[in-house]
Design a protein around this ligand. Structure first.
Ligand SMILES: NC(=O)c1ccc[n+]([C@@H]2O[C@H](COP(=O)([O-])OP(=O)(O)OC[C@H]3O[C@@H](n4cnc5c(N)ncnc54)[C@H](OP(=O)(O)O)[C@@H]3O)[C@@H](O)[C@H]2O)c1
Length: 249
């Protein structure tokens, strides 16, 4: 979805900066910066590159994620799903929330499944791929609450089941099952990203907007609790301190 958005924004004449791993996918459109977003140091490095080369960034759209059938730790000793799906978005949001007009975080707002293991955010006990995805999804919901209220309007967006998603890390039977289900039920990528164009063109007036497919969600949702959001911000800053990460905002 991120790639499709980048291509279509570039086709509309926007200057697009893509942070990712494979420049070939972009086919020469936009600026490509290679980064491993699961690595805190590399993410902070690329943030500095963007801030030096592009003093004005109008919008930030966050899509990167990946499935982790087994628990893997990053160089900073963090669980990979946590680091990639949640922490990279925390760092990018923190760096651009006072600069950009809008930040769109594409994750799973509206889903209430999943728990946050406050005493074991790195899931050292009882790791599971779905558990890690659901936890990081709920952390992204709270991230919207943490980082709203700055210059950037923050949008949490759940695109629904979409014909995208890298399935290669998954076991073969699960890959086949998802592909069959996707052919029958999933939305085309262009349809899922359509609202994102709208938010980039016209940032919402509200500091925080949460949309599950076409439905705007009430901010009173239990997954958007302000107290838990404050707790998350504190925990995240402590984790970054322990990981030796320098502030970049
Ligand atoms: N697809 C769905 O049905 C669905 C449903 C609900 C929510 N969502 C959410 O929507 C968002 C986008 O999903 P999607 O379907 O577009 O996912 P996707 O097709 O799997 O794309 C994920 C992107 O993240 C990049 N990425 C993965 N690891 C990276 C790393 N370490 N450093 C830099 N980039 C990395 C991938 O790059 P490479 O090409 O290099 O791997 C890829 O471009 C995700 O947050 C997902 O959870 C998706």
């Amino acid at each position: 979805m991120g790639l499709a958005l980048a291509r279509s924004r570039a086709a509309r004449g926007d200057e697009v900066i893509v942070l990712g791993r494979d420049p070939r996918l972009l086919g020469g459109t936009g600026h490509f910066l290679r980064v491993d977003l699961s690595d805190v140091a590399d993410t902070l490095r690329v943030i500095e590159v963007v801030r030096e080369r592009w003093p004005v960034v109008d919008a930030v759209a966050l899509f990167a994620n990946g499935q982790g059938p087994r628990r893997v730790e990053t160089r900073q000793g963090l669980e990979r799903t946590f680091a990639l799906y949640y922490l990279s978005r925390y760092l990018l949001g923190r760096a651009f929330r006072d600069r950009a007009a809008v930040i769109v975080n594409v994750a799973g707002v509206g889903i209430t499944k999943g728990t946050i293991a406050w005493d074991d955010l790195q899931l050292t006990h009882g790791y599971g791929m779905v558990r890690a995805q659901l936890q990081a999804g709920r952390l992204n919901d709270l991230l919207g609450v943490v980082q709203s209220g700055a210059k950037a309007r923050y949008v949490l967006y759940h695109p629904g089941f979409t014909r995208s998603g890298e399935l290669s890390p998954l076991p073969a039977p699960l890959r086949v099952a998802i592909k069959v289900a996707a052919a029958l039920k999933a939305r085309p990528v262009e349809e899922s990203i359509r609202p994102v164009h709208g938010w980039l063109d016209h940032p919402p007036a509200a500091p925080l907007t949460a949309v599950d497919r076409g439905r705007e969600l009430p901010l009173s949702l239990s997954t958007l609790d302000a107290g838990q959001a404050r707790r998350l911000e504190l925990s995240t800053e402590q984790i970054l301190l322990r990981a030796g990460a320098v502030r970049s905002d």
